[in-house]
Design a protein around this ligand. Structure first.
Ligand code: CO8
Length: 373
């Protein structure tokens, strides 16, 4: 079996952006009203006062300055504090499929491919809008692709784990040319009334075309030298949102049903795991860390990325070596490292080596070592 090539990448960015200041002003107005409305109970110790958020804290603690939202309407409204999406009928394209198709079309153009060339569609992300039929099959139908499609959920590592499935399938001959799409529609799962997490995420969609070398004919190709995934169970990043809430008689939208985490612990535990993972993956390929031309790292927190690259390089990575995109995108779950790849791959020279690496809930860590062709 010949080499496997990433031949095109697509990035769809929602037109709406929300700055830290806008988000904080809305949250603080909501918190102030909550504290006023509940002043007696707070004074009696029956309720906790809501603390105020700060744009300076957010930028310093995370590197995030703004984020994109699929729909901005409703998020900043203190009577709602969540986006307002129009419902879609069964015969209309779903919101998430719409995002996925937009990114997929861009990836197909970059890969110099048409729908007729694709025989496998993987939609891999942190949440899917419904369980079935799979969003991937809806995308497949919308684009007119033959073959098969399926959805995968691996939180922040969904893209790398999806790319590993594609790589393995092409190597094994069960697919010739795969489309791996990450439509991260995260805003509906964000608790905009929680100061600790209201700023973390943004919406986006990314897509990658991966194919056999024999069919590759695009401008920028990256040979997949190897892919590696690992998981280790942790409750430190969790959402209990579930169809089972219907029969446990719980509130299906209670706080624990939305994204929540112990961010400090995640930071402390995941950084060394990710650094070790990258080091081991490169060592298995006889590639030295210092020879890496580019690190397309998961984009959760700028301080995490600096720590991981410093641990491996013994110095700070430059912005050219390990580009940061989370300042304007925030954490986009699995799409973060793919956004970095999409925006920073065309300048690499033949034989330059780079690594895509994700890390997040599960815990889950995934990496692909790529060589520019
Ligand atoms: N404004 C002002 N102060 C704040 C705010 C705020 N918005 N938030 C917290 N503070 C306060 C805290 O309450 C705390 O106060 P005190 O010292 O009095 O207790 C103080 O600031 C410091 O808080 P922290 O220790 O929590 O601050 P950190 O420096 O740790 O920064 C971060 C918080 C940015 C969250 C940081 O811990 C971090 O980035 N950790 C890593 C998190 C991470 O990568 N998580 C991965 C999540 S994503 C993922 O895996 C995919 C999941 C699925 C995606 C879909 C989700 C919807």
């Amino acid at each position: 079996m010949g080499n496997v090539i990433i031949s095109g990448v697509g990035l769809w960015v929602p037109p709406n952006s929300i700055s830290n200041e806008e988000l904080v002003n809305s949250y603080n107005a909501w918190a102030q009203r909550y504290n006023q409305d509940n002043a007696e109970q707070i004074a009696a110790g029956a309720l906790e006062e809501k603390p105020y958020s700060s744009a300076e804290f957010i930028e310093k603690a995370s590197g995030i300055k703004s984020r994109h939202a699929y729909v901005k309407d409703g998020i900043l409204d203190i009577d709602r504090m969540r986006p307002k999406l129009a419902p879609r009928a069964d015969d209309e394209l779903s919101h998430q499929a719409q995002m996925a198709v937009a990114a997929a079309k861009k990836a197909l153009i970059a890969a110099n491919k048409t729908a007729a060339d694709i025989d496998m569609v993987i939609v891999s992300c942190a949440y899917t809008e419904r369980s079935y039929p799979a969003i991937a099959i809806e995308v497949q139908a919308e684009l007119g692709i033959q073959g098969f499609g399926f959805d995968m959920l691996v939180a922040c590592s969904a893209a790398t784990f999806g790319l590993q499935r594609a790589h393995d399938s092409i190597k094994a001959g069960s697919a010739r040319c795969a489309l791996v799409i990450n439509p991260e529609l995260i805003s509906p799962q964000i608790n905009y009334m929680d100061r600790d997490s209201h700023f973390i995420f943004g919406d986006v969609a990314t897509a990658i075309v991966m194919e056999q070398e024999s069919t590759w004919n695009s401008a920028h190709g990256f040979e997949v030298l190897s892919s590696r995934c690992v998981t280790s169970y942790s409750n430190n990043i969790r959402s209990n949102f579930s169809y089972v809430s219907r029969v446990t008689d719980e509130d299906p939208f209670a706080n624990d049903k939305l994204f929540h985490q112990n961010g400090r612990k995640v930071f402390k535990e995941v950084c060394p795991m990710a650094a070790q993972h990258i080091e081991d993956h490169l060592a298995a390929l006889d590639i030295s860390v210092s020879s890496l031309r580019r690190w397309w790292l998961h984009q959760a927190n700028i301080n995490m990325n600096l720590l991981i690259s410093k641990r491996l390089l013994g110095r700070d990575a430059t912005a050219d070596e390990a580009p940061i995109v989370l300042d304007t995108f925030a954490n986009t779950a699995s799409a973060g490292s793919i956004i970095a790849f999409a925006q920073h791959h065309e300048d690499l020279e033949r034989d330059d080596i780079g690594v895509i690496c994700s890390f997040g809930a599960g815990y889950s860590i995934g990496s692909l070592v790529l060589r520019k062709r």
